[in-house]
Design a binder for this molecule. Structure first.
Ligand code: SUG
Length: 417
């Protein structure tokens, strides 16, 4: 039985605010603030619980080994002597944003009938460029069943790839053949364009996608300049529904026409800029929602950040949306403020994989009892707070290494050590 499983990144014990992502307005704004890793991880786990309570399948990825001494060693840097920006890059907990872990093409879309995953190279940002080896090891374990999955190494640089955050899939149902839409940016604007079109095309070829059901759509430069450093800050898709801001794509009319031509049953819900400005969309992250299909005949829900409720123009538009007769019927606000302060909303924190849960390594799947066990480790081991200067503290380094080991132990995932 093919089901959509949301794999959330457990927020790691090194979660901190170092302002490492130019073009990500929240990250820049909160640079130097004191973070709260324990509260952050518990917020993420509460979101996973809320998804289970909605009747959805839920998975998890574990934090990567940080600080990344191997990466510093490759740079010939002794950890203790690292300059602050490189030290922060070695410490980053950025793998929490699992939407950037990989691009996923479910089995109904691929030539060989397997689910294909390509780990993202994340080469645009130094602190994210060394995530892929740890992520790849984890994906190869979670999706080890080669009859059902093919896990690919990253696309080679310089073609930057940020994974599922710039990829959408429209399908009548999750388990039917779908239309895969790759959204790329054009370099030269105010902020970096993080998704290179050649990376997207390489992923589509590797996954064996049907060209008739594959689109490459350019992201609007104005959206990137307004802080939409990934497409999932201004658009989200689920089954036959695309929910997007009017200013998400460079040529909205042509993009919508191409989508409708490839998939006539697609329903495109566009939020007009005169109701919700790009600035409010980026501030509230209403599109960085998990648009999910509820079990039974309950329609779709948007699992969105509480910031969306606090932004008046956004909430009034959404309230009208769910009061209408459309497919989106429910709004589920979740508090992921610690992640939001680094530019990561509910959708950033998860990677969607359409698969039969029975084919996934069960250690990566969650129920309430497993969440309880992980939460207990977080309560016992995650630092309460991290200030920027703390990253130079050897005692903290020791503590976060022990914290990660404790969670690997609790999840029986010692081989990831
Ligand atoms: O890559 N923030 C992440 C946020 C990623 C959000 N993901 C999606 N939109 N799918 C990023 O910019 C901030 C790290 C810092 O500043 O310390 C950071 O990496």
């Amino acid at each position: 039985m093919l089901t959509e499983i949301n794999f959330d990144g457990l927020i790691g014990p090194t979660h901190n605010y170092a302002g490492l992502s130019p073009g990500n307005l929240a990250s820049a704004h909160n640079a130097g603030a004191v973070s709260h890793p324990r509260a952050a991880a518990l917020q993420g786990l509460a979101k996973m619980r809320a998804n289970l309570d909605l009747g959805l399948a839920q998975g998890i990825f574990v934090p990567l080994a940080r600080p990344d001494g191997d990466w510093l060693a490759e740079l010939a840097i002794d950890g203790a002597a690292a300059e602050p920006h490189l030290r922060a890059a070695a410490w980053s907990a950025s793998a929490m944003w699992a939407a950037n872990a990989a691009t996923v093409s479910p089995s109904p879309d691929t030539a060989d009938g397997r689910t294909h995953l390509t780990v993202a190279n994340l080469v645009t940002m130094a602190h994210r460029s060394h995530e892929w080896p740890g992520t790849l090891a984890q994906l190869r374990l979670a999706f080890a069943d080669a009859r059902h999955f093919a896990v690919h190494a990253p696309v080679p640089p310089p073609f930057s790839d940020e994974g599922a955050a710039n990829h959408m899939r429209l399908a009548p149902y999750h388990d039917a053949p779908g239309l895969e839409i790759f959204v790329y940016g054009r370099a030269g604007g105010r902020f970096p364009a993080r998704q290179h079109v050649e990376a997207s095309k390489a992923v589509a070829r590797r996954h064996g996608l049907d060209p008739a059901r594959t689109l490459f759509v350019e992201q609007a430069e104005a959206a990137i300049a307004a802080g939409a450093f990934h497409n999932d800050v201004v658009a989200v898709a689920n089954e036959h529904v695309l929910f997007a801001h009017e200013a998400a794509f460079a040529d909205p009319e042509a993009s919508h026409a191409a989508i409708r031509a490839a998939m006539p049953e697609a329903e495109i819900i566009t939020v007009p800029a005169d109701r919700v400005s790009l600035a409010d969309a980026v501030r509230s992250y209403l599109f960085n929602a998990q648009l999910v299909t509820l079990p039974g005949d309950a329609g779709m829900a948007l699992v969105l950040p509480t910031e969306a409720r606090e932004t008046h123009a956004v909430w009034s538009w959404l309230t009208e949306l769910v009061a209408g007769n459309g497919p989106i019927r429910r709004l589920v606000p979740v508090d992921v403020r610690q992640s939001m302060a680094n530019g990561g909303g509910p959708a950033c924190l998860r990677l969607r994989v359409v698969a039969d849960p029975a084919t996934v390594d069960p250690r990566f799947l969650l129920d309430h009892a497993r969440i309880d066990r992980i939460a207990a480790v977080v309560e016992g081991h995650w630092p309460e707070a991290i200030a920027p200067g703390d990253l130079a503290d050897p005692a903290l380094a020791e503590r976060v290494v022990t914290a990660r080991a404790a969670v690997l132990d609790a999840m029986d995932l010692g081989e990831l050590d």
